[in-house]
Write a protein that binds this ligand. Structure first.
Ligand code: DX5
Ligand code: ZN
Length: 218
């Protein structure tokens, strides 16, 4: 089956003093999803924003909000993020012991469910979770900050996950996050990714429309 690349710019790299306006740009230039990085200062060594900010942003875009929870005990927050306006919720497998239950809860809320793996976390951990996932997010940097360098060792992991999904005939999307730019996007797509997250590369691009088009045409 022919895959089509999607782009989810991360608003972590937006200007927080100009948040609404920076968010509107994503829709104007044809991005597929808005990637929303939630950090709690515990699971990752950085702090961003939570439900009230997402709720305030919600009216400024019609694009799906793809909420990436880099927080401890994500299960306590699922309903709050749905109420704030999330369309897709991804949480880290390293942050909880009952991922299966929480993935089911995300779907029960009517949202797309996703699990995230840090670069060192092996794929065998999601062997029995895959059919519960609308997306699997593979981190290609250690989460916490934008602007880090892509970890090349994640490329074979993407291919291996592609194989797992295709062999089972699942529609689970593979998302890759961290250090992605037009320099490595083709290789990441060729390895098997469906959705590329781009933070700094998107917000520093002078022609964002062209960047989006190039990713979507990979
Ligand atoms: C990292 C975040 C990423 C980040 C990507 O912890 O999850 O989504 O914003 O930013 P870049 O594309 O600059 O690596
Ligand atoms: Zn992210």
């Amino acid at each position: 089956m022919k895959r089509k690349a999607m782009i989810a710019p991360s608003i972590l790299s937006a200007n927080f003093a100009n948040f609404g306006e920076d968010l509107r740009v994503l829709e104007e230039v044809g991005a597929d999803w808005v990637h929303v990085d939630v950090m709690d200062g515990h699971f990752v060594p950085n702090l961003t924003f939570g439900p009230p900010v997402i709720k305030a942003l919600r009216p400024h875009s019609r694009l799906p909000f793809d909420v990436h929870l880099m927080i401890e005990a994500p299960e306590t927050w699922l309903d709050a993020y749905k109420d704030a306006g999330a369309d897709r919720i991804t949480f880290h497998i390293e942050a909880c012991n009952h991922s299966h239950r929480y993935l089911a809860r995300v779907r029960e809320l009517g949202l797309a469910s996703g699990i995230t793996l840090n670069p060192q976390t092996p794929l065998c951990l999601i062997e029995y979770l895959l059919d519960q996932c609308d997306q699997v997010l593979l981190m290609s940097v250690n989460p916490g900050f934008g602007g880090q360098k892509f970890i090349e060792g994640v490329l074979p992991k993407i291919s291996q996950l592609r194989k797992m999904i295709d062999e089972r005939g699942l529609k689970t999307l593979i998302q890759v996050d961290g250090g992605i730019s037009l320099q490595n996007a083709q290789r990441i797509f060729d390895a098997g990714a469906d959705v590329l997250v781009m933070g700094s590369a998107f917000f520093s691009a002078t022609d964002k429309k062209e960047l989006v088009k190039r990713v979507q045409n990979l």
